[in-house]
Write a protein that binds this ligand. Sequence first.
Ligand SMILES: Cc1cc2nc3c(=O)[nH]c(=O)nc-3n(C[C@H](O)[C@H](O)[C@H](O)COP(=O)(O)OP(=O)(O)OC[C@H]3O[C@@H](n4cnc5c(N)ncnc54)[C@H](O)[C@@H]3O)c2cc1C
Length: 405
Amino acid sequence: MARIVVLGAGFAGLWAALGAARKRDEIGAPAADVEILVVDRNPYHNIRVRNYEVDISDAAIPLADLLDPVGVDHRVAEVREIDPVKQHVSVTTNASSETIGYDRLVLTLGSQLVRPAIPGLMSNGFDVDTYAAAVRLDAHLAGLGRQAVSEGLATAVIVGAGFTGIEVATEMPGKLEKAGLSGTRRVILVDPNPVVGETIGKQARPIVSEALAALGVETRLNVTVTSVDASSVTLSSGEMIPTRTVVWCAGMRASPVAQTLAVERDRLGRLHVDQFMRVAGATNVFAAGDVASCVVDGEHSTVMSCQFARPMGRFAGNNVVANLLGEPMLPLDIDWYVTVLDLGAWGAVYTVGWDRQLSVYGASAKATKQTINRQRIYPPRNGARADLLAAAAPTVQKPPPAARP
Ligand SMILES: Cc1cc2nc3c(=O)[nH]c(=O)nc-3n(C[C@H](O)[C@H](O)[C@H](O)COP(=O)(O)OP(=O)(O)OC[C@H]3O[C@@H](n4cnc5c(N)ncnc54)[C@H](O)[C@@H]3O)c2cc1C
């Protein structure tokens, strides 16, 4: 019996596990000979890109529904450390600590938000980095909705005007409304840069500004947050904004577990992987998704995104089984890159290419965004083994259509 351990069941990990099960099936290796085990701190697959939405009720799918039909084992545990020499990982649960041995490892623990040591941020800030955090934010807003009107009660301050911060800010008016917050509702987007969406591309930036204005989202640019408490946030300009809701959206880093491998990492803490998803310098270790960086078209490296995490996962799953059983592996090549940024009730904006050329925006881009978030990135949910395995084939989807056909 050989064991493949997949750490993490997000976009890369789920698809790596399904991809491994598909390859095992294709080769005809019995599950009793090649065990595939997924370890995640949660018993669900989070459609993480939806965590900013008004309605997140469909953003967590039980792993049992997706992995049991294809004979993949799964365990809930916190991954602490990898020992690539002894070929085991250390994990903890509420009850115990233990090690799990592997013959091949697929590291797909993703990324996490960086919260700087700003006074009061840790205890008073919110985020949408994980499903649990997004549920906590929604519960907090619902709680405010039950209170009598007071200063700052219906004000949300979003910190970080990159992709996630813009999506949170433009969706926030809908969230405040859903929570039943009365009084003057304010949404304020804060960023140290002089413009909103510094990296979004020159062509898309005015579209984002138009959406923010139409939705009544205020901005505070060229400023940083200096402190947060339960009822206000203070900016480097000296401005104090009364608010109970500060949502931190600035800065991402690869999972700290990647640091337990003594190999080179990039400035985001990501491991370098080759086109087969093998970690450079670590024998029998594959990685995919936000924890890894891979050159996909001979020139560009992956960016942290589900757009890349899913195909990286499928190829990692295919290749880890191929590698274990002495079959040829498949290189990953992706010749397109797009961004589709949600702008709440205003619409969305779609860019194509690494230079982020404006494609479409408004309602048609929103239709594309909704298709992505609600259909395209979901695994089959009918529990059918054949459908789950087929969806995990090591192929690269075409870009999402720019408008509804
Ligand atoms: C609000 C938001 C909006 C986004 N929008 C977009 C978008 O529009 N388009 C896009 O392409 N990308 C978007 N992203 C980024 C995208 O979600 C990530 O790039 C993607 O989730 C990466 O997939 P992954 O599998 O590498 O990591 P994840 O999906 O984060 O999965 C990691 C898994 O590992 C588990 N895990 C982590 N650490 C441990 C541990 N120590 N022990 C046990 N389990 C652990 C987690 O529970 C999780 O299941 C967005 C992200 C956010 C937060």
